[in-house]
Design a protein around this ligand. Structure first.
Ligand code: TMP
Ligand code: ASP
Length: 238
């Protein structure tokens, strides 16, 4: 650990210790990456936008009674969260075909799914975050069967809460990625971040992409897009 309490530095965020052993401070970074870090840019203003948007979405989840690690936003680029042990899985929920589901199945982008699909990816950069099924998850011990069942239920409940929240702003929730952690008390909570880096949002009318795909595929200015999401969602609430 660094003298400043730095515990971990990732691509988009830094994690610091606080005086409270059960609370961490997250500092968002002005860094955009895609394709497992192959594409990387400093983007002024991204830290504030993702901090505000993540705080906004987590606050909506907390208000809906869904367990998250989020406590409060403390500055334009920082928020306090409960300390958790992150499970090494990325849980993706999909409502509309896009991204790797399109590539894996050959089904055209934009097909609405009759029911949401939940996928699990193993958080392992060297392996390239492979898709796992429930038997693989048991094999690598990424989560216990009861944890997996609870993650799936919470992911689907999050899908309902977030879909309703963004629909009111004229947006479709195409898909999103969640990470889960266990608190000191052993409670399973949604951790990490919820932002246009980790969700796909399309305009309901035009189906314009309003998320990190604009950066991944060079479709527009990332900060203009994220600012539009923040404005449509009514600005910061916490
Ligand atoms: P995918 O279609 O590339 O599998 O992405 C599904 C969703 O997960 C999409 O909303 C973007 C999000 N995602 C992340 O948050 N981090 C990642 O590393 C990847 C690959 C996807
Ligand atoms: N989050 C990953 C990266 O930063 C991949 C992505 O979102 O496309 O490299």
């Amino acid at each position: 650990m660094g003298a400043d309490g730095l515990l971990y530095e990732g691509k988009a965020k830094k994690l610091f210790q606080t005086e409270n052993p059960n609370v961490l401070r997250v500092e968002y970074k002005d860094e955009a990456t895609a394709f497992n870090g192959e594409k990387m840019d400093e983007v002024a203003g991204k830290a504030r936008l993702n901090n505000e948007l993540s705080a906004l979405f987590f606050a909506k989840m907390n208000a809906a009674g869904l367990p998250t690690h989020f406590i409060e936003r403390t500055s334009s680029t920082e928020q306090l969260v409960k300390k958790t042990r992150i499970l090494p899985l990325e849980v993706v929920v999909r409502n509309i075909v896009a991204g790797s589901l399109q590539r894996r199945t050959g089904i055209a982008e934009g097909r609405e799914l009759t029911q949401p699909i939940v996928e699990y990816y193993y958080k392992d950069d060297e392996l390239g975050d492979p898709l796992l099924n429930e038997d693989h998850i048991r094999l690598v011990e990424a989560a216990t069967p009861p944890e997996l069942k609870q993650m799936r239920e919470l992911a689907l409940q999050t899908n309902e809460a977030l879909t309703a929240a963004v629909r009111a702003a004229g947006l479709l929730l195409v898909d999103f990625k969640l990470e889960f952690g266990l608190t000191e008390d052993g409670e399973l909570v949604v951790s990490d971040e919820i932002s246009p880096d980790t969700c796909r949002f399309w305009d309901e009318q035009t189906r314009e992409k309003l998320d990190k795909d604009v950066y991944r595929y060079g479709l527009g200015e990332l900060t203009d897009t994220y600012e539009q999401i923040l404005e449509r969602m009514g600005g910061s609430v916490s």
